[in-house]
Design a protein around this ligand. Structure first.
Ligand code: DHB
Length: 313
């Protein structure tokens, strides 16, 4: 029997393994990103960068529970120049995805103009879904704002671009958003970001568990897996095939990844489980996914990608 491959690609970028870190996890500093790249991750995503460095929200701003996590980080990052320098100086042969998350439309455009003018030719991910900046709504819940942003971006940006989307919860939302996205030469979408503005509380102390925003924050981990599966599936059914999908949300093991790929994910990102377990998780995920494929007789991810069946009654 020939060898099982779990390689994947988006645009011209080849990923020997299909797992990378979700933006915001293990990626704020060069040391973190090096650790991810030195693991069995397929590549690395940078922390979402703003034009200038930011300290982020007050601590504590991240909390793990048995089933997931809550965060209100508030975009702590070293600034765009730091991440561009990191990429320029990196000796890795793995893809590095540059995530951008300005706190205004103007800043997003300025950042992308800098990326356009730079020597960076890799994947860039424009985050339209950060839930944690006080006073700033998630762009991607406002259809006009998505359109306005992408019209402005594609008036000058010609490199491969993806967008990070928040979770949607209604079939009409998928219809509306996919219709907008299909109008652009987008390389990929990444779905889902955390479920924004959830609340985790400690009944013993009768208090919230993180300091910013009165305890409200983005929920990740197992809580959100069915939402991630639905968003990947719903967008795969609606987006033109040229737009690839990074599936993110609730991946703890190879089976979670198998399910996301069955729904249509080209690549899989890991957030909460990576924060809990560290970059050695990637080796486990690669092995578990390979084992599942072996048991099912699949040799490549494309053998089952997007092939989720209707109810078999
Ligand atoms: C942050 C959180 C997000 O979910 C995101 O997409 C970008 C930034 C943060 O709080 O830093």
């Amino acid at each position: 029997m020939s060898k099982i491959s779990i390689s994947a690609s988006i645009s011209h970028e080849q990923f020997e393994h299909p797992f990378i870190n979700a933006a915001g996890v293990f990626d704020e500093t060069a040391k973190d990103m090096d650790e991810v790249l030195n693991s069995e991750a397929g590549g690395v995503t940078t922390k979402s960068a703003t034009l200038e460095p930011r300290p982020g929200n007050p601590l504590p701003r991240y909390y793990n529970t048995e089933f997931g996590s809550i965060n209100s980080m508030g975009l702590p990052n070293q600034g765009l120049e730091y991440y561009l320098d990191y990429i320029k100086n990196s000796k890795t042969n793995k893809p590095i995805d540059l995530s951008i998350s300005g706190t205004s439309m103007e800043d997003n455009l300025k950042a992308l103009k800098i990326v356009q003018a730079s020597s960076f030719e890799g994947l860039c991910e424009l985050n339209l879904s950060c839930p944690n900046v006080v006073g700033k709504p998630q762009i991607a819940y406002d259809y006009d704002a998505i359109k306005e942003t992408l019209d402005a971006v594609f008036s000058f940006y010609t490199k491969p671009l993806g967008v990070k989307l928040p979770p949607y919860f209604d079939l009409q939302q998928y219809d509306a958003v996919a219709k907008i996205l299909n109008q652009y030469t987008l390389t990929y979408i990444n779905t889902i970001n955390s479920v924004g503005n959830g609340l985790i509380i400690d009944p013993e102390t009768e208090s919230v568990v993180i300091k910013p925003k009165g305890g409200f924050g983005g929920i990740g981990g197992s809580y959100v897996k069915p939402v991630a599966l639905a968003n990947v599936r719903a967008f795969r059914q609606r987006l033109k095939p040229e737009i690839k999908i990074i599936g993110t949300g609730g991946v703890n093991n190879g089976l979670d990844a198998f399910e996301l790929i069955l729904c249509g994910a080209d690549l899989v990102e890991v957030g909460t489980a990576l924060a809990k377990e560290g970059p050695q998780i990637f080796e486990r995920l690669n092995n578990e996914l390979t084992q599942i494929m072996k048991e099912k007789g699949y040799q490549n991810l494309s053998d089952f990608r997007g092939k989720l069946k209707e109810y078999q009654g």
